[in-house]
Design a binder for this molecule. Structure first.
Ligand code: AMP
Length: 125
């Protein structure tokens, strides 16, 4: 079910539980600002989710309210993970769903990092 990303942050969402260590995850990277872990239902050979540690529902919420340090830390973490995964030379795709039309399912900002094969053109059906 897509979520209404204009609602206040719900600290019972699944990524909040992952950040609190209440639900296991396959972590690939963690620092002060971000956690990156394998998507449970991968859509590419490499499919990693990078989430900020702060409580932000969506890209809109984050870009409007996060501090400069949080934004820089999160963006740097996404780039770091892509480099660490060896994806710079072959290339990769980033995707952030925000709100109902995008079918965002988890109301904690996350960037999908896809790679590990030629991904082809992005298709909108
Ligand atoms: P979105 O539709 O952009 O909100 O994407 C949510 C993503 O979270 C989907 O790709 C799910 O497969 C993934 N997901 C949901 N629960 C978990 C979990 N416990 N661990 C890892 N990934 C998850």
């Amino acid at each position: 079910m897509p979520v209404d990303a204009t609602l206040p942050y719900d600290d019972q969402n699944i990524f909040a539980k992952i950040l609190r260590g209440e639900i296991p995850n396959r972590t690939v990277y963690e620092d002060e600002w971000a956690l990156a872990f394998h998507d449970i239902n991968p859509q590419a050979p490499i499919h990693i989710l990078v989430i900020p540690k702060g409580t932000y529902v969506s890209w809109d919420d984050f870009s409007g309210k996060a501090s400069e340090a949080e934004i820089a830390g999160f963006i740097r973490a996404v780039g770091h993970v892509a480099r660490e995964q060896g994806l710079v030379a072959p290339g990769y795709r980033l995707l952030a769903n925000a709100g109902i039309d995008s079918h965002q399912e988890v109301p904690h900002l996350h960037v999908h990092l896809f790679g590990g094969k030629a991904l082809g053109p992005m298709l909108m059906r």
